[in-house]
Design a protein around this ligand. Structure first.
Ligand code: PXP
Length: 243
């Protein structure tokens, strides 16, 4: 079965718009789990624009499924992760001026930067994953530095406006997912997925997990957070039982 990780960053975005105490991403995580989420994901950014340290600490206490912390590969974050011990850490590239994560982490050629972090995370009992573009060199390098999973960036796919680009993105994702599984990496995917574009991604071979945030929070405004999570979970369940 393909598992659903719900990213609750944008619940915190609304809270931080008023530097208030609500809506609380910790509550959102509990509702997501009650609605069928298989995991909770948060991105603790260096600029703390949405998720705060307090959120990650509380989520570590309250999440009953598994907690995936997205973070940049910088000493401050590695220290926080090794202290809080989420189930997974997904390393992502981070730029202060970006609105959201743009592109995957460059692993090939930067192995010496990433290997010690993956090792430190493993030593602390955390499973290291890398958010990468679907490129064979990045997949091989991910194994080389000690990752246990790769999350393929579906951002380019989700932004594609013509069929040719969609097909090219899907083909690259398929080939990279095959390679990742062949060399022993778990296959995750995410970024920009919604109830319309998720179907092609569900066909990826060996796909174990999707991480979805923005579109769930957007639909939650109109239909409620629980319904939005449940709707996506049902799509994944229906696909898993018919595939
Ligand atoms: N995976 C990663 C690594 C991300 O950085 C994000 C965005 O925070 C997501 C998945 C979820 O993307 P979206 O919010 O577009 O669903």
């Amino acid at each position: 079965m393909i598992e659903l990780g719900i990213n609750v960053d944008h619940i915190a975005t609304v809270r931080q718009a008023r530097r208030s105490v609500e809506p609380d991403p910790v509550w959102a995580a509990a509702v997501a789990e009650l609605a069928g989420a298989d995991g909770i994901t948060v991105h603790l950014r260096e600029d703390r624009r949405h998720i705060q340290d307090r959120d990650v600490r509380l989520l570590r206490e309250t999440v009953r499924t598994r907690l995936n912390l997205e973070m940049a590969n910088v000493p401050e974050m590695v220290e926080i992760a090794c202290d809080i011990v989420p189930d997974h850490v997904t390393l992502v590239p981070e730029k202060r001026e970006e609105v959201t994560t743009e592109g995957g982490l460059l692993v090939a050629g930067r192995e010496s930067d990433i290997r010690p972090t993956a090792e430190a995370l493993r030593q602390s009992g955390i499973r290291p994953a890398l958010f990468i573009d679907p490129v064979p060199d990045q997949v091989r390098a991910s194994l080389d530095v000690g990752a246990v999973a790769v999350e393929f960036n579906t951002g380019e796919y989700s932004l594609a406006t013509d069929q040719e680009t969609v097909e090219l993105c899907v083909q690259q994702l398929h080939e990279s997912a095959e390679l990742a599984a062949e060399i022993g990496l778990a296959v995750h995917a995410g970024h920009g997925l919604d109830t319309r574009n998720v179907y092609r991604i569900l066909t990826l071979p060996h796909l174990a997990e999707l991480n979805i945030g923005h579109s769930i929070v957007a639909r939650a405004l109109f239909f409620g957070f629980e319904s939005a999570v449940r709707e996506m979970k049902e799509i994944l369940l229906r696909y898993s039982t018919t595939a």
